[in-house]
Write a protein that binds this ligand. Structure first.
Ligand SMILES: NC(=O)c1ccc[n+]([C@@H]2O[C@H](COP(=O)([O-])OP(=O)(O)OC[C@H]3O[C@@H](n4cnc5c(N)ncnc54)[C@H](OP(=O)(O)O)[C@@H]3O)[C@@H](O)[C@H]2O)c1
Length: 201
């Protein structure tokens, strides 16, 4: 398959890309400043341009754009809306726009996170983004044309990110990066659609 991986140069991407190559797939990496193709998830025109550039791909994997940490005492709805632009609306746009460009039977695999299901201080916005992604995938799965599929992988902190994130989420048990990579592979190579894959370790 020919696959676009948005955010493929990041932490999860560095582990997912070799696994996709190993499975025999041709991979195009997209990012704002990294990869072979430029795309910014907050910019609809750049998403359209990415799809025109890569052609009718068989799969899109999105592992880009974090929800920002927030301070509930000073949080505003405007800040929440801004926080949602890339990780929620951008990923939704990858599907909404991609349905018109991708090959018959193409799959979309999005990324959310554990805060959809588990409260943690400082991540109200991130939790809302992930919950919204889960709801989006349920609807999109029954609406997509031409046998297209859509799933979302919802990881907790991955083992490769413990050093970077431990100070923000002390005591959080990580999930192995290998397990998370296996979930993305199953979404690409399998038949699932409308699945919310909770990788909570
Ligand atoms: N790492 C974890 O423990 C963990 C746990 C749960 C969920 N997640 C989620 O998994 C996803 C990937 O995580 P990660 O740790 O691999 O992230 P990362 O290392 O920060 O990499 C993110 C990648 O996304 C690209 N990117 C960022 N903003 C973008 C935008 N607006 N448009 C297009 N590309 C963009 C970056 O490249 P450019 O800068 O070149 O654009 C980079 O390649 C994120 O959504 C994150 O919230 C991660």
């Amino acid at each position: 398959m020919r696959i676009v991986v948005v955010g493929g140069a990041g932490t999860i991407g560095q582990r997912l890309l070799p696994a996709l190559h190993q499975a025999g797939h041709e991979v195009v990496v997209a990012g704002r400043t990294s990869g072979e193709v430029r795309v910014d998830l907050v910019d609809h025109d750049s998403i359209e341009a990415m799809y025109r550039e890569v052609g009718a791909v068989d799969a899109v994997v999105s592992i880009a754009a974090h929800g920002a940490l927030d301070d509930f005492a000073t949080l505003t709805t405007e800040a929440m809306a801004e926080n949602m632009r890339a990780k929620f609306f951008g990923q939704a746009d990858l599907v909404l726009t991609g349905q018109h460009h991708c090959a018959d039977g193409a799959s979309f695999t999005l990324t959310s996170g554990i805060f959809a299901d588990q409260a943690w201080r400082g991540v109200t916005g991130g939790g809302v983004i992930s919950g919204a992604l889960h709801s989006f995938v349920l609807s999109a799965a029954i609406e997509l044309p031409r046998r297209m599929r859509v799933n979302v992988v919802s990881p907790t902190m991955i083992s490769d990110s413990v050093d970077a994130f431990d100070e923000h989420f002390p005591g959080m048990r990580p999930v192995s990066t290998d397990e998370v990579v296996a979930h993305y592979l199953r979404c690409v190579d399998g038949d699932d659609t409308g699945q919310i894959i909770r990788a909570y370790g």
